[in-house]
Design a protein. Structure first.
Length: 541
């Protein structure tokens, strides 16, 4: 009954919010590289961009494979309906949202004019100059028509650099109704006991994902809020994980990770494993697969609460999203056209089409309140969980590796002092991020455990004083002998395999299987790597 009332409350609040949203704003003109073009409503962008918008434009678009055909259809609809005389001749290529940022940063000029990506890639794309800033009217359009969490994810400082595309990148709980009784759904302790009694796994990523384990800290009111400037650079963090509330969080976490039936996984396939799961915490993307496995036994709901010292704490979550970016353009007219198209593709009608065809959760407020969206079990559970979620804003790239170690430290702890030590270890690493020399160069990879916040000087390149930087290192034998040159604390991938001009014969050319642009050595050995600001030379010693 508690969950039914909570869901009704959540849906009522969403409908009320949408009712206050107002009518969609008219699409306006947008910005070219270096400044805002005027944002007229009626299509009179020509006066501000120095030319008429009418014409045919050849563009490159990247979307996930499942969305290719629908995107082609939507662009044709734009061609037929826009009032500016614009005809888009689009090459729409299947590029996963998860890897689009990596591919853009290898060569921005060769990258897509429009592309989609998850919000956790936003900061590095802004820093690299791979996203065009929205003009005033475009920003107002996005803010008025989309939920605030997604707008925040597309904003750094006071500037907005991307268009909201979805609001469905969160997690909740799927369960096997033949194993888990409804009366236990609100209690983590009861759910653990049910899984142990049935010898079925409770699959919840802890030891392998900071994204999921943060749910325990959000439950107790902890935050890790990062601040960026208008250029996307991280300048401060308000992190309260190492606190009295953080200690409560890890006490709750320990109940789960100590269970013999806990499994650090978010895969739908766990429901069909040799020892199947009774619970899997994952997102909307797993709905169809889980439904196929469990059939009528599939249950979907928000996360449970855990208890410490007689008080209950409802597990929180990250509320993430996907965004659509526009690559900066030299031609202001072309830039205005691309922003017109981006606004159309992320508008109410196109978001609803993606929901209907692909079950993507809309960020558009009107679409979120639509009966068919509310009736979708996965999205309904996500919206219910969103009462306890935090928008996933801009987070330092190194945080994900730093925070996921918490679960291992918590499991290893034997008393409260051990739990506090886990929090101290985490805090010290977070604090050190702002002491890193962002102008230095580090060869991060398999040889240093992919630690891009490593303070050990072993893998730092030496400034040779002539504009070049070099490093001599031993590459040990391992299953994957890869890495790339980055600034400490950064995951930039613009100094990797594609930039190697001498010594490429010493490397593996993995083609499309190397979206991170990694330098992957063909054999273990001692190598000298030199970076001259544009190219990489590799010599085997």
């Amino acid at each position: 009954m508690k969950k039914i009332l909570a869901m009704l409350l959540a849906l009522t609040m969403i409908v009320a919010l949408c009712a206050c949203g107002g009518a969609p704003a008219a699409s306006g003109g947008d910005q070219a590289t270096g400044g805002d073009a005027a944002a007229s409503t009626g299509g009179d962008a020509a006066a501000s961009t120095g030319g008429e918008l009418a014409g045919t434009y050849d563009i490159l678009v990247w979307v996930g494979e499942a969305a290719v055909d629908l995107t082609k259809k939507q662009i044709e609809d734009f061609n037929a309906s826009n009032e500016f005389g614009i005809t888009i001749n689009a090459e729409v290529n299947p590029v996963s949202e998860a890897t689009a940022a990596d591919q853009m940063l290898v060569d921005i000029n060769a990258g897509a004019d429009l592309y989609c990506f998850p919000q956790d890639q936003f900061a590095r794309l802004v820093q690299a100059g791979a996203l065009a800033k929205l003009g005033d009217a475009a920003k107002a359009f996005a803010v008025e028509n989309n939920d605030a969490g997604v707008v925040a994810a597309a904003t750094t400082g006071n500037e907005m650099y991307a268009y909201p595309l979805t609001s469905d990148n969160g997690y909740f709980m799927y369960y096997d109704k033949s194993v888990i009784p409804e009366e236990d759904l609100d209690s983590l302790e009861a759910l653990i006991a049910d899984c142990e009694e049935a010898n079925r796994y409770f699959s919840f990523e802890m030891n392998t994902s900071a994204w999921y384990l943060a749910s325990f800290f959000f439950a107790t009111g902890c935050v890790s809020d990062w601040t960026t400037d208008d250029s996307g650079n991280f300048i401060s963090v308000n992190d309260t994980f190492n606190s009295a509330n953080g200690l409560i969080a890890v006490q709750g976490m320990k109940k789960l990770v100590d269970s013999p039936m806990h499994k650090s996984s978010s895969s739908a396939d766990e429901f069909a494993a040799a020892t199947p799961a009774a619970i899997v915490v994952t997102g909307t993307w797993a709905f169809d697969d889980i439904k196929e496995i469990l059939g009528d036994n599939m249950g979907v709901t928000d996360l449970p609460s855990f208890e410490v010292d007689g008080k209950e704490y409802h597990l929180g979550s990250f509320n993430g999203c996907k965004l659509m970016g526009v690559k900066p353009q030299e031609d202001p007219v072309r830039a205005a056209v691309l922003h017109k198209l981006a606004q159309y593709l992320t508008g109410e009608a196109c978001q609803m089409e993606r929901f209907e065809a692909l079950s993507w959760g809309p960020s558009n407020l009107v679409d979120q309140a639509a009966p068919e969206v509310q009736a979708n079990p996965g999205l309904a559970a996500l919206l219910l969980q969103n009462q306890y979620s935090r928008p996933q804003g801009q987070i330092h790239g190194s945080w994900w590796d730093i925070a996921k170690v918490i679960a291992d430290d918590v499991k290893a702890a034997t008393d409260e002092a051990g739990l506090q030590a886990a929090l101290d270890n985490y805090y010290n690493k977070i604090d050190s991020l702002f002491n890193l020399d962002a102008s230095a160069l580090l060869f991060v990879g398999a040889w240093n455990g992919w630690n891009n916040a490593d303070e050990d000087q072993t893998y730092y390149l030496t400034d040779n004083g002539d504009g070049t930087f070099s490093l001599t290192l031993d590459v040990p034998e391992s299953e994957y002998m890869g890495g790339r040159i980055v600034n400490p604390g950064d995951w930039g991938n613009d100094k990797g395999f594609a930039q190697v001009t001498t010594g490429a014969d010493l490397l593996l050319d993995l083609g499309e299987d190397n979206p991170d642009n990694n330098i992957v050595f063909a054999a273990a050995g001692n190598y000298t790597i030199t970076w001259d600001g544009a190219e990489i030379t590799i010599v085997q010693n």
